[in-house]
Design a protein around this ligand. Sequence first.
Ligand code: SF4
Ligand code: SF4
Length: 448
Amino acid sequence: MSELSRPDFDAIQLPAGKTPFLHLCWLLHNKCNHKCSYCAEINWGGNFENLSLEACKNFVQQARDHFHDRKLMVSFTGGEPTLWPNFGELVRWLKEDVNAVVMMTSNGTRHISYFKEIAKYFDWISFSYHPEFTRDEKFFENVIACSASTNLTVRVMFPPNPALFAKSKSFLDRLVQKQEQGEIPGFVKVESVPIAVGFGTEFTSPAKYNDEQDKVLFNSIREFNTEKLAVEAMPISQLRAYRTDHPDQENWFEPNELIAREKTNFYGWKCDIGIEQLFIDHLGQVVRAGCRVGGEIGYLSKGVFRFPTKAVYCPKQYCHCITDILTTKRSPEWLAKIENESMSIGDRAVTYLNSIRYDWMTQITRIEREGTNDISDMTLSATGKLMNFAPMVLYRTWYFILRVFVYTRVWTMRFLIRVFYARVFWKPYFFIRYQYRKRILKLDKPEA
Ligand code: SF4
Ligand code: SF4
């Protein structure tokens, strides 16, 4: 992967005095009624067990107790979160009993009556438009119905394929037209969203667009009926950034545009994932963020979590998810100049080694997606896979040996004791006895 450029600022953070928040970004399951070509099967395959409602509530309670000084925000996604069996009860509990800010990203294809019933529990609904599957008229109906009772974002996906790109553009134009004609009653934010190759996996890279397509994607955020906006701070928004030369001056950037311009290389930045954000995947595994940097925190089904207390240093060259990008992060220059802090040698080494693995696997994800006949690409893919799986193979081999020992420990112990006696006790004994008999008793051969 070519090296992506770093952004034109040095820090993303909340201004002083704002209540810090904990954002739970939650993939409830991997079922979806769509199969978008740019989305990994892991997001829509539906091949994992549903989590129990109790396990979900237990996790939220523990996270709230641990991060008690932070305001809790929960945003659901999937797959399609509204297909999760206990979704209505979970969002009602979060809103009414936990008093969390509740949001979701949905593909907006459930019946209008469902959305009318459930919208009251949400502070924010984000509908994503997917040109391969979305039925425009039904989608418009749901946008109009939900915007009457909550804040709304419409995220229009723009795959680089010309036909799909044109369909998304036509939908976007009609949406703007409907708003201008007064058909959409509440606050609506509209975004044109570029696609990431490997979306939904750990290893992502930006999709390529031509110049005409780039123009549609840049400066794409539009907000309508802003006087009806009911939440002051929203997590999916423009980002507030600062530069070391004017550290008090706020600058505003669009995350989608940074992604499209490939300016989301935060390698070596100190990033507050795990403190400001937790990510729960469709298996109930809790990690720090969608990028999965920083390792596992726990599983919902086990109910035991090791919540982080420290930020991580970013080992990736491409941060592709908007909620990940919006998380507080500071460049090495900002840390040195403003916070008088530098990276330890250990952190440098770990970040560098991790970066090699991520780069390698990102290239392989791209090669597999785009296909190749190039022998060097194929070799890279094969060796990369081997390197990625080598630690797992070693771990499994060691685990297997341990299991064998545990199951056969009586036999193994007997065997080891015999070997011990044979080598350490009996052999020296017979040797001494032989020497004694040979020299003192003048016998040539040892007794049988
Ligand atoms: S991108 Fe969204 S709507 Fe499309 S298949 Fe994936 S989860 Fe479903
Ligand atoms: S990829 Fe992960 S660690 Fe790196 S900046 Fe983005 S969220 Fe932070």
